[in-house]
Design a protein around this ligand. Structure first.
Ligand SMILES: [Zn+2]
Ligand SMILES: [Zn+2]
Length: 649
């Protein structure tokens, strides 16, 4: 008997072996000779492969007690085809490291029992729960929408509890790893035990324990980041994608895929329900709600019935205030909250001190030598840093004959705002909340503790702070620079802004009826901003959909980006042109480009882009993959394929 074995390696096909009279079924793990080594692979579907007259080796042995089932095999195949990833690499994401199934480990998890707290759903939550609970044991996508603080988590916890009680497994996806700490304690209060947390940074030992617990159906509930999506659940009963609108679900490096969309596919292959949870849905999800492809339920009240903050626009006329970024109008609002001993958050979405450094004598600009990017000055490090490749440079340059350049720093970064705030409010306790300052978990925990104990009056934070945190005394948010101009690299600028500012305003007034969000801006008349403050986010999404339709953009068409990179600019362009000629042979796709990437050079590589456009509803990936595989591509260029691209930089 012949058997097909797929190895967790870069190949897009399985290998043929003799079964060696071992009874085998699809999904079994086997050890096989491969080159000079022994490898472990999985018995794969027999796809009527014509065998060439070559010497076929014997399978070594079956790995006892390990197998994956047909639903997962089908999903892995789909994942590979859709995302144009080698099949073996998709399998690798499922079965992981060899140690998982060769080293014995005690996979008993959830030993630590905690005391459960009692929860009771309010009426709206109860109705939402009943609506979600209508569809059981079959594929169904439903959206649970509710403003920040409306208690959505409790609703889906109840759903999960019901599924687990039937001896099935549940998967909760979260967009960010650092979110899981706060989530963990809420989880423990509800379920009475510790959840299995899965992301790329857990220790190899924990990975082994959790992976084994999952494949044996001993672990019932996994909370994880993107990579949890392909885990080998034995009896998956439900998937929840929390903060479904978050663009972190798009994996942009290595194997490129969108974890939210793939979660929907997995639910479909497993024939189980999936809940997408959000405060404002992503544009695709919104479109699918409108089309009635997804069911939809909304919680309108915040849990304790506190209203969302009031909003104010403050005109930030830069000429008047020169190098100051906090206006006097803002200061007087902020003082009202500080006098009441309440917390204020200043939000600025730029790390570092100043985004541009320019010599005022000769005009020299500090640019990264690897990327076409300005370097951002970081005062803490006293260096200029590239936010793309992390290159650090001393702020120094020879000016024309007269010695060193005299740099001025344009624009505000979080560090500069921190300095300004400390000068304006010298008697208040101020903390900075940015990834550069919170590299270690301990630092993050300490800041959280301080905030919750009310030992912080003013917080200054970057994007990181807009997500899922719950600060009871925070009642005023100041957006230092509300910028709706966009830079054209990103299809989602408008959508992202709607999401971001909605989330930010949700951070304020969780436990107060008097809260405020201030938008400082150079463009106070901007129509998006003005609708946003009237809490018309959904109307903005509706408008955005109309624009997308008019401009032939997703979700009305599909896009695939092909990035051709090389050490030499002429080679990346030449390569892109040659590939375009070939791609044009495929019917029903439009090939746009090549163009230079807006960020032409990243990490020493020049990048040219092709964009493929085709109507939604067709699957052209297989044809494109076959074509690309048949091309002889110069070793001097590298191809990266991004299906459903989000970022165009
Ligand atoms: Zn760089
Ligand atoms: Zn100079």
């Amino acid at each position: 008997m012949k058997a097909q074995v797929l190895l967790p390696k870069i190949f897009n096909f399985s290998f043929t072996y003799n079964s060696n009279n071992i009874p085998l079924k699809i999904g079994d793990f086997v050890e096989v000779p491969f080159g000079k080594n022994k490898e472990i692979g999985v018995i794969w579907k027999n796809k009527n492969i014509k065998l060439k007259d070559i010497k076929i080796k014997n399978i070594g042995q079956k790995i006892k007690d390990y197998s994956i089932d047909q639903n997962l095999i089908n999903f892995v195949e789909w994942f590979a085809i859709y995302n144009m990833v080698p099949l073996g690499l998709a399998l690798k994401m499922t079965i992981g490291n060899k140690d998982n199934y060769t080293k014995k480990i005690d996979s008993n998890f959830n030993k630590i029992k905690k005391k459960k707290k009692k929860y009771k759903l309010n009426n709206e939550q109860k109705k939402a729960f009943e609506y979600l609970d209508l569809v059981k044991d079959k594929f169904d996508v439903s959206v649970l929408q509710g403003t920040t603080g409306s208690g959505k988590t409790l609703v889906y916890f109840e759903r999960i509890k019901k599924v687990i009680n039937k001896n099935k497994q549940a998967l909760v996806l979260l967009p960010e790893i650092f979110l899981t700490n706060e989530f963990k304690s809420r989880f423990e209060d509800f379920f009475g035990y510790e959840p299995a947390i899965w992301h790329s940074k857990i220790t190899p030992k924990n990975k082994r324990i959790i992976w084994n617990g999952i494949i044996e159906n001993k672990i019932k509930l996994v909370v994880g980041a993107r990579s949890a999506l392909l885990l080998p659940f034995k009896k998956l009963g439900i998937i929840v994608v929390d903060e479904e609108h978050d663009t972190s679900y798009k994996q942009d490096e290595g194997v490129i895929y969108n974890a939210r969309d793939m979660a929907i596919s997995r639910a479909s292959f497993e024939k189980i329900p999936i809940h997408l949870v959000t405060s404002i849905p992503s544009i695709e999800t919104y479109n699918n709600i409108q089309n009635k492809k997804f069911r939809h339920v909304k919680i309108t009240k915040r849990f304790n019935d506190y209203p969302l903050p009031k909003a104010k626009i403050v005109n930030l006329n830069i000429n008047k205030i020169k190098d100051k970024f906090i206006s006097s109008e803002t200061i007087s609002y902020v003082n009202e909250f500080l006098n009441k001993k309440e917390q204020v958050l200043f939000f600025i979405n730029r790390r570092g001190y100043a985004p541009y450094l320019i010599c005022k004598k000769c005009g020299f600009k500090l640019i990264c030598s690897n990327c076409s990017m300005y370097l951002t000055f970081h005062k803490k490090k006293n260096k200029a840093v590239c936010h793309h490749c992390s290159l650090e440079k001393k702020v120094k340059n020879k000016c024309k004959e007269e010695g060193d350049c005299d740099f001025i720093m344009y624009g505000p970064g979080v560090e500069k705002i921190f300095e300004e705030i400390k000068k304006i409010f010298p008697n208040n306790k101020t903390e900075i909340f940015s990834s550069d300052y919170m590299q270690k978990k301990k630092q993050t925990d300490e800041i959280f503790k301080k905030i919750n104990n009310n030992e912080v009056d003013i917080l200054i934070g970057t994007q990181m702070i807009s997500k899922g945190f719950n600060f009871p005394k925070l009642n005023c948010v100041v957006v230092v620079d509300a910028d709706f101009s966009g830079r054209g690299y990103d299809l989602r600028t408008t959508e992202k802004n709607i999401q971001l500012y909605h989330q930010l305003s949700g951070r304020a007034g969780r436990f107060s009826s008097e809260s405020l969000i201030i938008y400082q801006t150079l463009t106070p008349e901007d129509s998006t901003l003005n609708e946003l403050i009237k809490d018309k986010s959904e109307e903005l999404l509706k408008k955005e959909l109309i624009t997308r339709k008019k401009n032939h953009l997703p979700p009305f068409v599909r896009l695939i980006a092909i990035i051709i990179s090389s050490n030499q600019h002429d080679l990346s362009i030449k390569g892109a042109k040659e590939i375009k000629v070939q791609l044009k042979k495929i019917s029903n796709i439009e090939v746009l480009g090549p163009v230079d990437s807006p960020l032409l050079k990243v990490k020493k590589k020049f990048r040219s882009r092709l964009l493929l456009r085709f109507s939604s509803g067709v699957l052209v990936q297989k044809k494109i993959t076959n074509l690309l595989n048949s091309l002889k591509i110069s070793s001097k260029i590298k191809l990266t394929v991004d299906v459903d691209p989000v970022n165009f930089s």
